[in-house]
Design a protein around this ligand. Structure first.
Ligand code: ATP
Length: 233
């Protein structure tokens, strides 16, 4: 379980995230929706331990996330706007590099399996500098999964992917869901939310303004609910 208590972020005079209390249980796949600048990425980055909150706590199974708690941080897989991949390394080399950082056992096998899963087998020995944006994104997703995280945090994972890659990514997410991984995903893509998510949070002006169960909603209902919440003052 992930829990936030009074989690907020202010930078200078600007309040980016206002105190948020929310919890995520087990195999939930949760979309974090909201207009540009709503504070979604900042919220996700705080949960990942990459941005220090101004106030409040994040806990994983009741253990508060602390700066140097690498045992806890190793349970998190994070895909941000940056790929963190090395241009001159091949996909295999990149994944082995990151896998070794996490002391992954049988790292080469694990890397190969993930490269297969994200559909990059044919390119596994090419340096990634020649890759398209979509290919890099697929490899970045594999990188986020190399250590078999219990919690997967994805910031706009579908951005830059073609339709085939979107389907692959959705299968990757659904497979983790079946394994009990908690997935939090910042996105603007409502189609993927209804395809993969069990729940959606809506943020506006740094506040959490709605919390919806997707199984009870179709895409049209989600869209109209979103419009109503985001446009209301
Ligand atoms: N380090 C920072 N310094 C100053 N302002 C910041 C900083 N980081 C974020 N902001 C501002 O905080 C607000 C929220 O940013 P954030 O990236 O969390 O929003 P978002 O909902 O993820 O937006 P988008 O959908 O456009 O990615 C924005 O106005 C952004 O400019």
């Amino acid at each position: 379980m992930i829990e936030t208590n009074g989690l907020s972020k202010t930078i200078g005079e600007k309040t980016i995230v206002r105190p948020i209390n929310v919890s995520f249980q087990g195999a939930e796949t949760v979309a974090i929706l909201g207009p540009n600048g709503a504070g979604k990425s900042t919220f996700l980055n705080m949960i990942a331990g990459l941005i220090k909150p101004t106030s409040g706590l994040i806990s994983f199974h009741g253990n508060a996330l602390k700066k140097d708690d690498y045992t806890l941080k190793e349970k998190i897989g994070f895909l941000s706007h940056q790929s963190f991949l090395y241009d001159y390394f091949t996909p295999i080399e990149n994944l082995i590099f990151f896998g070794r950082m996490y002391k992954v056992e049988n790292v080469r096998e694990r890397a190969k399996q993930l490269i297969d899963e994200v559909g990059l087998k044919l390119f596994q020995n090419e340096p990634v500098r020649s890759f398209s944006r979509g290919m890099l994104q697929r490899l970045a997703i594999a990188r986020a999964l190399i250590h078999n995280p219990e919690y997967l945090l994805l910031d706009e994972p579908h951005t830059g992917l073609d339709q085939q890659a979107v389907s692959i990514l959705n299968e990757v997410i659904k497979a983790r869901q079946k394994e009990g991984v908690t997935v939090l995903m910042v996105t603007h893509d409502f189609q993927q939310v209804t395809d993969t998510c069990t729940r959606a949070l809506i943020m506006r002006n740094g506040r959490l303004v709605d919390d919806l169960s997707i199984s009870e909603l179709g895409q049209d209902t989600l869209d109209s609910r979103y419009q109503a919440v985001v446009k209301s003052s």
